[in-house]
Design a protein around this ligand. Structure first.
Ligand code: NAP
Length: 879
């Protein structure tokens, strides 16, 4: 901010600007040769303010040396309504006498200075027989005597100039009167609007002029009205304003205290300003002044505070650490948290880390900030909005200045400032707050928090992620770097200059980030796969083993190629079950028997046996999940699907299936979707997806070349399974449930040969083959046509289901499965943790349903043992 004054550096006006006017707006004093140029430049907006001496208590009205009789008041009259007085300073003048270094008081004959200064030291000059000579400026007179280089010439000027010039001070404080005060006006162009901040005083003065009609008693009449208006007139002075058109033409200059009307009787009053008298330091701000408090004075808080201060706002800050020094250095005021909470603020701005935001907001005394606009600057937006709305329901502005100390170190011009206003009734302050960002030339983008997060999950998060990844890779500059690489390097530096908490926060608290990360992984995988196609190889021992087995069919070959022990436990202990490896696919006999027993036959090439159905699921998901891709899993779902997907770097969408295939198709269309995983009948509900549903699901999945993994481990309890011809259909099942042999670990996959072969490769590396004895046992069970008697289990779902529905009606209900089921799934309307505990206390343990994807629910495993069923009935009956 430029302030014009008349004189040279170190003159009284300069010193006043320098000492009293706070430099928050980066004050730059500009010296002028005369007062009229100051008024001219103010008018042309070349400077922001002017400082004009108006009257000295000893020397009277101040005027320029070349003023032709004009006093400084006259400028206000001449510039009419364009220039306005902002405030008055009463400034102590303390003249000193100077001479050349090699001169002395005895040698001096003539003293030069501004006529005002000479008048104020006239006694001293007289006593010392010194002549006076006018100079345009007090400080300017110092330069004058140095130029003249005459030992007989000295000067009167402000104190301490000997520190800045090569001159000698002869006498200090030589004014005629011990009190020597000059009144200065700080003035501005009327279209500029500044706000003054100073300790409250209620003195409001006016300065004005009137022109009276020239008739008897006109002044008297005017003064009587002034008295009636309760105005304390401190000065009235007539001034000749003659010009060529009219000579001996007079006006009156008035000063005083009170509210001056625009007109008194017929007399127009030309007011030059109503203003305070400042006896202390003054802070000048733009008119859009506000007081703003910042919580969180970290890197970004400090970066913002500095600019707020420069803009002229009163800035208070608080933080976890003590930042008194940092705050003082930039002109802000540090308060501890307790005192901060008592401040009267226009705007409360929260700039803490995203991770600590919730804790800190919880400690804010929002009662005290009822009249404030509450602002946050977090790099995520939905999260602070949700939290703040728990405490405040109006006057909120959620903002994200999308730049920081590095990217905006030179300018904020055209950088994005995203904001959402929420229920604002303090419009004036809100506008002033937003005007600051406009003033900084930000690109103002009004946008909902939701939309912001959606966009920034891609732009902001990916930028930071790239920087962090490159930093982890420890990239370094080399002499041959391209501009592209230099940009990447700069990005890395900027990113890591921000705290890790900032990155973690913006990643964790933007719900859309996970999606961007998945995209990133997915794309990276696809690109990598394009360059280095994924080529799983069968284990070489497996290949060799197969070859030897084949040869052994026709030749007598000693197998010394594979690490098969040449010993085994005695037969009576192993019941004649072989202990060797089998083919990666499992025993041909067992595969055949399973296809015939549990399916309506099928090709051997379509089945592989695995160590349990979990392993079968793992292989299938491993094979078909690209990093970052997703599976659709229906709600409720078996607990391990999500885990196995995650182990394989994938993700999932939990989907509420309601036979709306169109909606499902929309999701399936997406490139990153692998397909659907279902359990049929459903674990935990026992719901049976009939053939119609399965057919429909197969149709829509294969339309988009997406997979359907049908986990049918409970199906053998109900009926035979279908093998569908779709290339993309995978059926998984096991012996565990049907035969009650889960510990034998024998499961299988029935699918298209292409995938069976690929899974056999995986199996060859991971498990070699399923348990050989188990396959023999299963062969025996199937050959003997052994079937468990499950009559009790079959009935239990109805008996216990009905009992639950009558006894626990007030909590919720079970939908009883149509077919035999190992489970009942109870869904409640409210939290049933207590009910689950009570059941446990009474001796019945159930599985809380949260992990199946439904919060207030539990899964109850049914039993085939009548005694146990009776006990279960008794417990439920006791409710
Ligand atoms: P930050 O690491 O995100 O936040 C640092 C601030 O959080 C410090 O003031 C720190 O206080 C405070 N803090 C951290 N943990 C705290 C806790 N447990 N209790 C109390 N205070 C805690 O770094 P930043 O760069 O300064 O960012 C501040 C905010 O501005 C963040 O929300 C960020 O998203 C947002 N933002 C930053 C940028 C940027 O370029 N940096 C740009 C736009 C928006 P102490 O220093 O007292 O420990």
């Amino acid at each position: 901010m430029k302030i014009g004054y008349q004189g040279k550096k170190y003159c009284y006006s300069y010193n006043l600007i320098f000492n009293k006017i706070n430099s928050n707006l980066n004050v730059k004093p500009i010296g002028y040769k005369n007062f009229s140029s100051i008024f001219e430049d103010l008018l042309n907006n070349k400077i922001d303010l002017g400082l004009i001496p108006i009257e000295n208590c000893n020397g009277g009205n101040v005027k320029s040396l070349s003023s032709n009789g004009m006093i400084n008041y006259d400028f206000f009259y001449n510039y009419n309504n364009n220039i306005r007085i902002l405030c008055e300073f009463d400034y102590e003048i303390n003249h000193s006498l100077y001479c050349l270094k090699d001169s002395s008081l005895d040698q001096l004959k003539t003293i030069i200075s501004h006529p005002q200064a000479l008048a104020q030291v006239s006694n001293f000059l007289k006593e010392n027989n010194l002549n006076s000579k006018n100079c345009w400026d007090t400080a300017g007179s110092v330069e004058e005597i140095m130029n003249l280089n005459d030992k007989t010439i000295g000067c009167i000027a402000p104190p301490n100039l000997d520190l800045n010039y090569n001159i000698k001070v002869l006498k200090k404080n030589i004014s005629n009167n011990s009190k020597n005060i000059t009144r200065f006006y700080l003035i501005q162009n009327n279209n500029q609007k500044f706000k003054l901040v100073y300790p409250e005083n209620n003195i409001v003065k006016f300065s004005a002029s009137i022109k009276l009609h020239n008739h008897i008693g006109s002044l008297g009449d005017f003064l009587i009205e002034i008295k009636k208006s309760n105005i304390d007139l401190t000065k009235i002075e007539s001034k000749n304003i003659s010009n060529n058109n009219k000579i001996f033409d007079y006006i009156f200059y008035l000063e005083g205290y009170g509210k001056l009307p625009k007109k008194i009787k017929n007399v127009d009053i030309l007011c030059f300003g109503e203003f305070p008298i400042i006896n202390s330091n003054l802070l000048i701000c733009k008119e859009n002044y506000i007081s703003i408090g910042i919580i969180g004075f970290g890197r970004f808080g400090q970066f913002l505070a500095k600019e707020f201060v420069k803009y002229g706002w009163r800035v208070y800050v608080t933080s976890r650490k003590n930042y008194i020094q940092e705050a003082t250095n930039i002109g802000a005021e540090y308060k501890n948290f307790i005192n901060f909470n008592k401040l009267d603020l226009d705007v409360l701005l929260i700039s803490t880390s995203i991770l600590s935001f919730n804790t800190i907001v919880n400690k804010i005394d929002f009662n005290n900030f009822k009249d404030s606009i509450i602002v946050d600057v977090l790099s995520v937006k939905q999260y602070p909005k949700e939290i703040l709305l728990k405490y405040v329901n109006k006057n909120l502005i959620f903002t994200h200045p999308m730049f920081g100390p590095d990217s905006a170190k030179n300018s904020w011009k055209n950088l994005n400032f995203v904001y959402e206003k929420y229920n604002i009734d303090k419009n004036v302050v809100a506008t002033k707050f937003l005007n600051f960002w406009k003033y900084m030339e930000c690109n103002m983008i009004e946008m909902s928090c939701e939309k912001h997060d959606k966009f920034t999950a891609n732009s902001q998060f990916l930028t930071h992620l790239t920087g962090r990844i490159l930093d982890y890779s420890k990239i370094k500059l080399t002499p041959v770097d391209t501009n592209g690489f230099k940009l990447l390097y700069q990005l890395t530096q900027n990113t890591v200059n921000d705290s890790w908490e900032l990155f973690e926060g913006l990643a964790k608290f933007n719900s859309k980030t996970k999606e961007s990360l998945n995209n990133f992984k997915f794309s990276l995988h696809n690109i990598e796969n394009k360059i280095f196609p994924n080529n799983f190889k069968e284990s070489s021992t497996g290949i060799h083993f197969k070859k030897i087995k084949e040869l052994q069919k026709t030749k007598n070959i000693i197998n010394c190629g594979i690490g098969i022990p040449s010993w085994e436990p005695p037969n009576n202990l192993t019941k004649n079950f072989p202990s060797t490896y089998t083919s990666n696919y499992g025993l041909t006999s067992t595969r055949n028997k399973i296809l015939n027993k549990f399916y309506n036959g099928g090709n051997l090439e379509n089945i592989i046996l695995t160590p349990g159905a979990k392993q079968a699921l793992y292989y299938s998901i491993k094979l078909l999940t690209k990093p970052g891709s997703k599976w659709i899993i229906f709600i409720p779902n078996w607990v391990s699907y999500k885990q196995i997907i995650k182990i394989n770097n994938g993700d999932y969408i939990e989907y509420n299936f309601n036979e709306n295939y169109k909606k499902l198709e929309e999701i399936l269309k997406e490139e990153k979707i692998n397909g659907i995983i279902i359990s049929n009948p459903n674990n935990p509900t026992g719901f049976y997806y009939d053939e119609n549903i399965i057919n429909n699901l197969i149709t829509i999945t294969s339309k988009y070349k997406k997979f359907i993994i049908n986990d049918e481990v409970y199906m053998p309890l109900i009926k035979k399974m279908n093998y569908y011809e779709s290339e993309y259909y995978i059926s998984i099942s096991s012996m565990s449930k049907k035969y009650g042999i889960p510990g034998w670990r024998l499961g299988w996959i029935v699918a298209n040969k292409k995938y069976i072969d690929q899974i056999s490769v995986l199996q060859s590396n991971i498990a070699s083959c399923p348990s050989h004895p188990s396959m023999h046992l299963v062969n025996e069970l199937i050959d003997n046509n052994w079937e468990p008697n499950l009559t009790n289990l079959k009935n239990s779902r109805i008996v216990i289901g009905n009992l639950l529905n009558s006894k626990l009606k007030k909590y919720g209900k079970v939908i009883i499965p149509k077919n035999i089921s190992m489970y009942l799934f109870f869904i409640a309307k409210q939290n049933i943790d207590e009910l689950i505990n009570e059941l446990l206390e009474k001796g019945l343990a159930v599985m809380p349903g949260k992990d199946f994807g439904i919060k207030n629910s539990f899964r109850m495993t049914l039993n085939n043992n009548i005694d146990i069923l009776n006990k279960m009935i008794n417990i439920i009956d006791s409710f």
